[in-house]
Ligand binder design. Structure first.
Ligand code: SME
Length: 160
């Protein structure tokens, strides 16, 4: 049984250090990327407060394909360059959206989503997948969340 939990969810640097340690422990030695993404989606869901969607899209061909996640069923395919996810993947950079209604081309998979953070997972200079976080709260994500998920993405680069 795995029993990971943050010791203080209000302390973001600590939360992300503990999240990364737990993700590292969960995925260490496991070569199956889908299994690792599935466990990390569940881990993030339990660790990070105020989310209504947390998961992965994989880059396959010239688009993104839905990967393991927690939350409501979501759009399966997103072309590179479209939406928040396709922008992050196409430009190989994190995209933090304080208000999804003001992001041109935002793809609404869950009408409750108000803010979003998407972080690419880069392997050998190529975006292999993205981590997508949605929140029902406006301006839920800040630079500390982005830094924390970028640290998680760096760990996962060798594990997916
Ligand atoms: N909102 C995303 C689509 C994916 S869902 O949020 C899970 C986007 O605009 O790319």
């Amino acid at each position: 049984m795995f029993d990971f939990a943050p010791s203080d969810a209000a302390d973001k640097p600590l939360l992300y250090r503990e999240l990364c340690e737990a993700a590292d422990a969960l995925t260490s030695g496991e070569p199956d990327g889908i299994a690792n993404m599935a466990n990390v989606a569940a881990l993030v869901w339990g660790f990070v407060p105020d989310l209504n969607w947390a998961g992965f899209y994989r880059v396959i061909g010239d688009g993104l394909v839905l990967g393991p996640f927690m939350g409501r069923p979501a759009c399966i395919r997103i072309p590179l360059g479209q939406g928040v996810c396709g922008t992050a993947a196409g430009e190989a950079r994190s995209v933090l959206v304080e208000d999804v209604h003001s992001f041109p081309g935002h793809i609404a998979c869950d009408a409750n989503s108000r803010s979003e953070l998407v972080v690419p997972i880069v392997v050998d200079g190529t975006v292999k997948a993205i981590i997508d976080l949605d929140s029902p709260l406006p301006s839920r994500f800040d630079d500390e969340d982005r830094d924390g998920f970028e640290a998680l993405a760096a760990i996962l680069a060798a594990r997916i």
